[in-house]
Design a protein around this ligand. Structure first.
Ligand code: PGA
Length: 256
């Protein structure tokens, strides 16, 4: 199994097509030969084609930030998994807290999306995480377990090469507040235990990323937290210096 750490950049609603191509071009020149990490850029839909083209022939990959679960139909404004696949996308972020909390996505929808993405042989980056209220009321493990159970419902087996989980405490996303190393290690160990219970020993091998205010100053410490296989990065992923520095630190300090 590929045990490279993973660094995924979630650009959210940032960068036009030209800005995106120029950005990945610069990153490519700076770090392509030096990285020991799997790097995944997740730009907005409108940039997917041009970024896939710009990264052609490199080890860098491209992911989408969402997908609809139906193959086609009257779903104004939505994009199907088949469309993403034909654009050259390999990964799809699903269940991101902004989709859950701003756009009202439910666990049932996320579950359908995970199945659609897997059926198309793309890799879901399945996001889970507790809110501050959940944490304060000691519900963190319950919330994580529910999100995993519901999100992966109907899956009889899991392939660690075809699934990525991202643990992102909602209170740490875009707030500048990072979970402590103990909180991260605890949550990752818990997620691993749930996956192991559901799928047996192979569940333990599914990569689990941490996300929530990761930056160039905390990456070195966080990547060494037990059970952390890489990062899903928002704000710092659209800044050249920060992103390159994080990828370099992950390459250097990751150990599973
Ligand atoms: P952040 O976002 O790094 O800006 O906190 C993380 C995410 O939303 O995936």
């Amino acid at each position: 199994m590929d045990i490279k750490p993973i660094v995924a950049g979630n650009w959210k609603m940032h960068k036009s097509g030209e800005e995106g191509v120029s950005f990945v071009g610069k990153i490519k020149n700076r770090i392509l030969d030096k990285v020991e990490a799997k790097v995944i850029f997740c730009p907005p839909f409108t940039s997917l084609f041009s970024i896939v083209k710009a990264l052609n022939g490199t080890d860098f990959s491209v992911g989408a930030q969402n997908a609809h679960f139906e193959v086609e139909g009257a779903y104004t404004g939505e994009i199907s998994v088949g469309m993403l696949k034909s654009a050259g996308v390999q990964y799809v972020i699903l269940g991101h807290s902004e989709r859950r909390h701003i756009f009202g996505e439910t666990d049932v929808w996320i579950n359908k999306k995970i199945h659609a993405v897997l059926n198309a042989e793309l890799v879901p980056i399945f996001c889970i995480g507790e809110t501050l209220d959940d944490r304060k009321s000691n519900q963190t493990t319950l919330v994580l377990e529910n999100q995993i159970n519901l999100g992966l419902q109907g899956m009889e087996s899991i392939d660690p090469v075809k699934m990525i989980i991202a643990y992102e405490p909602v209170w740490a996303i875009g707030t500048g507040e990072t979970a402590s190393l103990d909180q991260v290690a605890e949550a990752h160990a818990y997620v691993q235990s749930v996956l192991e219970r559901m799928f047996g020993q192979v569940g333990y091998k599914v990569p689990i990323l941490y996300g929530g205010s990761v930056n160039e100053n905390n990456a070195m410490e966080l990547i060494q937290a037990k059970g952390v296989d890489g990062f899903l990065i928002g704000g710092a992923s659209i800044k050249e210096e920060s992103f390159c520095s994080i990828v370099e630190q992950v390459s250097k300090f990751y150990k599973r």
